[in-house]
Design a protein. Structure first.
Length: 481
């Protein structure tokens, strides 16, 4: 299996190791599989109750054995899931007849990123050790990616990897910030701006081969490949004899990593009739799918669902590729520059069977209240998806007579968002749900990337931040804590 850049009109493939270590392709595009392998779903059914073995069978065809042997792949996957507190990597919760919640927050940092990032970190450590080099993992987080990457880097316990993680100041929860602990393998910094504002800096740093840095946000192909597994697992739970049921998926949508994973799973054979993208007021995805308008908004809005505050999703370029099969480098350049972009000849809703709903903060809080009970409380991002499910009419009919099953992704545990959720559900229900768990202590040693003034031009700020980051990566004393 080889991988192509979404912008590679000449179709120059690279191997899996190169795709993983580069993150972005050399031409600025995102890597996609050269082809979609065929799977025997009857064979997959035999291992549907063992998530780790299922992951091996799903991922094996995408990774050549000459790059990663069966033994090495099994070892990596075992290490990925060993830190999960229980044998249940994911859980399916029935809300009512025909409506289910797919809980993806049972990993060590209580979010779905635990199903993808440990795999990527283990891969980078493996390939770096093979090359006898050290690599820096680059992370820009809107809340959950950072904690998951920091935890995975500590777990891999390798001198071949360290992580630089940055987050937008004031746009992650206290719990998420506390999970990002600085150590000899992790340097943590905040920056002033929206969730996307550090992306250009990290892309430049990652493209400088002398720095040996690998981006590990969901533009790295290993992330959607690993996350594809939980969609295959979900599909297998609804097989009736030899035929799967018709499934509608609802995804809280930010950078589109889970969306691309779902599309890959569908290409493999997952029986998804519709995928509903649930967006907050930062509504690029909603506008692109429903209005064919891919114009970048002028600024980021603060919401109660900050982890999906995205102005231009990394994976939108993969979406365009899967929909049209041609390169869109010019269009992406126009989007990032803030030009008005109309997708006149590309209907994503029709081509990829997508729908989208925009949910504001008030509807998010209403959904938290409506769907909460003693055994389940949705976090704000899951609540966005639940509200979208209601607003799209997928909750309002008698699903017992429907040919479709609706599954809403629960991407994080409510405990990570106490300041939002507790006032809605009340102290008694909150304590019943989370038990005696205590919040981690907030760190005091995070670094800062600041703007000279609130109205400083973003491009000028990014130029300063890039030089600041280069200095940090080269200053060994900063990592010695």
């Amino acid at each position: 299996m080889k991988f192509l850049s979404t912008r590679d009109a000449l179709r120059k493939p690279v191997n899996f190791e190169t795709a993983v270590l580069q993150g972005y392709a050399e031409d600025g595009g995102l890597y996609v599989p050269e082809r979609i392998p065929e799977f025997d779903w009857n064979e997959l059914r035999k291992v549907k109750d063992d998530y780790e073995i299922l992951a091996f069978k799903v991922l094996r065809p995408f990774i050549g054995t000459e790059e990663l042997s069966d033994v090495d792949l099994r070892t990596i996957l075992n290490a990925c899931y060993a830190s999960f507190p229980s044998n249940d990597k994911v859980k399916l919760r029935k809300i009512k007849e025909g409506l289910f919640i797919l809980e993806l927050f049972h990993g060590p940092t209580l979010c779905f990123k635990d199903l993808g990032l440990p795999f990527l970190v283990q891969l980078v450590a493996h390939f770096a050790a093979k090359r006898d080099e050290s690599r820096t993992l680059l992370v820009a987080t809107s809340g959950d990616t950072g904690p998951a990457c920091v935890a995975a880097t500590e777990t891999v316990n390798s001198n071949h990897v360290r992580v630089f993680c940055c987050y937008p100041k004031g746009m992650v929860s206290n719990f998420q910030r506390a999970q990002m602990r600085r150590s000899k393998r992790a340097l943590i910094a905040s920056f002033e701006g929206g969730g996307d504002d550090m992306d250009a800096v990290l892309k430049k740093i990652g493209s400088d081969s002398t720095l040996k840095a690998s981006g590990v946000n969901s533009y790295n192909i290993a992330r959607p490949l690993a996350q594809c597994v939980h969609f295959i697992w979900l599909s297998l739970q609804f097989f009736n004899n030899t035929e799967p049921n018709n499934i509608k998926i609802v995804i809280p949508t930010g950078a589109m990593g889970n969306l691309v994973a779902a599309i890959l799973a569908k290409k493999i054979g997952a029986p998804f009739s519709k995928i509903l993208c649930a967006c907050n007021s930062n509504d690029f995805t909603f506008r692109a799918i429903t209005l064919c308008d891919a114009t970048k908004s002028s600024h980021m809005l603060k919401t109660v669902s900050d982890a999906i505050n995205i102005q231009v999703p990394y994976n939108f370029e993969r979406l365009l590729y899967f929909a049209g099969g041609v390169e869109y480098s010019l269009l992406m350049s126009q989007i990032y520059s803030g030009q008005h972009v109309a997708l006149n000849n590309l209907n994503l809703a029709q081509t990829l069977a997508l729908e989208a709903v925009r949910v504001d903060d008030q509807r998010t809080l209403e959904a938290i209240s409506f769907f909460s009970h003693d055994n389940f409380i949705p976090d704000p991002h899951t609540a966005v998806a639940l509200a979208a499910t209601q607003d799209q009419g997928w909750c309002n009919t008698d699903l017992r007579d429907s040919i479709s099953t609706v599954v809403v992704l629960a991407t994080a545990h409510a405990r990570k968002f106490k300041d939002v959720v507790l006032p809605v559900v009340g102290e008694e229900r909150w304590r019943t749900y989370i038990g005696n768990s205590s919040d981690p202590l907030l760190p005091s040693n995070h670094l800062s990337f600041n703007r000279i003034s609130p109205d400083e031009d973003l491009t000028l700020a990014q130029q300063r931040w890039e030089q600041q980051l280069r200095n940090l990566l080269e200053d060994a004393s900063l990592w010695d804590v």
